[in-house]
Design a protein around this ligand. Structure first.
Ligand SMILES: Cc1ncc(COP(=O)(O)O)c(C=O)c1O
Length: 502
């Protein structure tokens, strides 16, 4: 088999191979049950590394188009399940108005409750922000090798921006995602939570206006609240932040910063299009506003996504943040930021004042994962298992949840966002679920004020747990739906544009 590859194309080679083979399979030019060329034969035929072929085959497997038979190779599936298409009810949440932060965030409670639940064991943990099954039997071996290689350097203090080798490897990885970045522009941080905190502290002062999507990551809301910034929540649509409303508020409030999660948004799972990203950047430029782009989940994508907003930035408006917590291990606490231009050096100094530098042991382990290709292989495996878990959850929702409930169908990440009818007492449903060892959190934490009733469900669980947990939740929701329950919700305090001038 020969595949015409465009070596200078921005589309990575493994994606080109996957796309080519997917087209052949879908048009039945490779027939069902047929064996694909072996990894070695394919890599020799088309002149690429074996790892590249493995990545392409793993993606096809995640797409549901082929399967591996141990010892025999890869075969085209007999019945092609279009795994990348939504297989169930899917709509996005109700239209909302702009919300101004009203305080009282619950990040602390949700985070600590989730850790507590995991420690207890036996809990089905739908509320967690982290993958439930993380790494790999290889961890100990890789960690040991990393420490041997690092010699005694990991015992010593280090530069605040982090180890050069890790910054080089991250820059290389980001170039593959379409970013034009040098190792000197990367700052390693203690998780991306610290990167968010450093950037928000540096860019904002008390009473500055800042724009976020609503709903959004509650850990970011917690920081903004502690800084006493004035936060405007622009509603998410199925395409991302509502850009018309964004422009209105850029005009009227002249915010300093827009915080956005452009890919596999937390909590909704939505990924914005290239056009949306271009318009957002153009608006920020026009109204002289900076952008903080949080890309925590891109590593968990099921299919290609547009390049980050930072890749389009020619005027150093965008500070880019990401992490290894969602893909490797949250406990390592390794995240990073890309800062170009005048803000780079002050942010390195700010990092130094915070905690000097990230643990050298954690940095060495991440470097070893990246340098040896284990990271890419691990991501491929994770994609396959997350896609399966997502589909199990979609099917379980379809089976057990009543008609009135809808959800998003994310193409990666860790979460589904479910929207519930407003008369349902979510708090009560969550506490009843807890008594059945199912931990769910109300979506309220992701809104700046009163949003709409919703739940974020982490799908990175075992199929058995998903089936069991969703069945229990479905039964509870049905019980309360038929109980003619009168609403206990506080009336919404959404404000019209004109009423929130400072
Ligand atoms: C969007 C987003 N950003 C940042 C973080 C912080 O993660 P960490 O500090 O572990 O990198 C999270 C964690 O849930 C998140 O969801």
């Amino acid at each position: 088999m020969n595949i015409l590859l465009e070596r200078n194309s921005p589309t990575p080679i493994y994606i080109q191979i996957r796309n080519y083979l997917a087209r052949l399979i879908q048009s039945e030019k490779i027939v069902n049950g047929q064996k694909l060329p072996s990894i070695r034969a394919m890599s020799t035929n088309i002149g690429v590394n074996k790892l590249t072929v493995i990545e392409a085959y793993s993606l096809l497997e995640a797409d549901g188009l082929i399967h591996a038979r141990p010892g025999s190779g890869y075969f085209v599936n007999r019945t092609i399940t279009p795994c990348l298409e939504p297989i169930s009810r899917s709509t996005f949440a109700p239209s909302q108005e702009v919300i101004i932060l009203q305080g009282g965030g619950s990040f602390f409670e949700q985070y600590t409750n989730s850790i507590q639940a995991r420690r207890q064991g036996g809990m089905i943990e739908f509320s967690s922000g982290f993958p439930s099954t993380t790494i790999s039997d290889n961890l100990q071996r890789i960690a040991k090798r990393a420490l041997v290689k690092a010699g005694d350097t990991f015992l010593r203090e280090d530069f605040p921006q982090g180890q050069l080798i890790l910054r080089q490897l991250i820059a290389q990885m980001l170039i593959g995602q379409g970013l034009d970045v040098s190792p000197a522009e990367v700052i390693i941080t203690t998780g991306s939570q610290q990167a968010l905190s450093l950037a928000m502290q540096y860019y904002l002062q008390k009473d500055d206006w800042v724009i976020v999507e609503t709903p959004t990551y509650h850990g970011a809301l917690g920081i903004l609240e502690s800084l006493q910034a004035k936060v405007i929540g622009i509603p998410m649509t199925a395409e991302g932040m509502n850009l018309e409303l964004l422009e209105q508020y850029l005009k009227t409030h002249r915010p300093k910063l827009i915080y956005t999660i452009s890919t596999l948004h937390n909590p909704t799972g939505i990924t914005t299009s290239l056009a949306h990203r271009q318009t957002l950047l153009m608006l920020a430029q026009q109204y002289e506003c900076l952008i903080l782009e949080d890309n925590a989940y891109e590593g968990l994508k099921f299919q290609p996504v547009p390049p980050p907003i930072k890749a389009l930035d020619r005027h150093n408006l965008v500070t880019y943040i990401s992490t290894f917590s969602k893909t490797l291990m949250p406990g390592l606490r390794v995240g990073y930021m890309v800062v170009t231009g005048e803000h780079h050096q002050p942010l390195v100094k700010h990092k130094l004042l915070n905690d000097l530098h990230v643990s050298t042991v954690s940095q060495a382990i991440v470097s070893e994962f990246l340098a040896t290709g284990h990271y890419r292989r691990h991501l491929n495996r994770l994609r396959v298992s997350n896609l399966q878990s997502r589909n199990v959850m979609l099917q379980a929702l379809e089976n057990y949840f009543p008609e009135a409930i809808s959800w998003t169908v994310p193409q990666g990440g860790l979460f589904l966002w479910t929207h519930l009818p407003s008369h349902l007492p979510i708090g009560e449903i969550c506490s009843q679920a807890l008594s059945h060892n199912v931990l769910v959190a109300s979506g309220a934490a992701f809104f700046l004020g009163q949003g709409y009733p919703a739940m974020r469900l982490n799908f990175s669980q075992t199929p058995e747990d998903i089936e069991h947990g969703i069945k229990i939740l479905g039964q509870l929701i049905k019980k309360y739906s038929t109980a003619n329950f009168t609403s206990k919700c506080v009336p919404s305090q959404r404000l019209p544009v004109s009423s929130i001038f400072s």
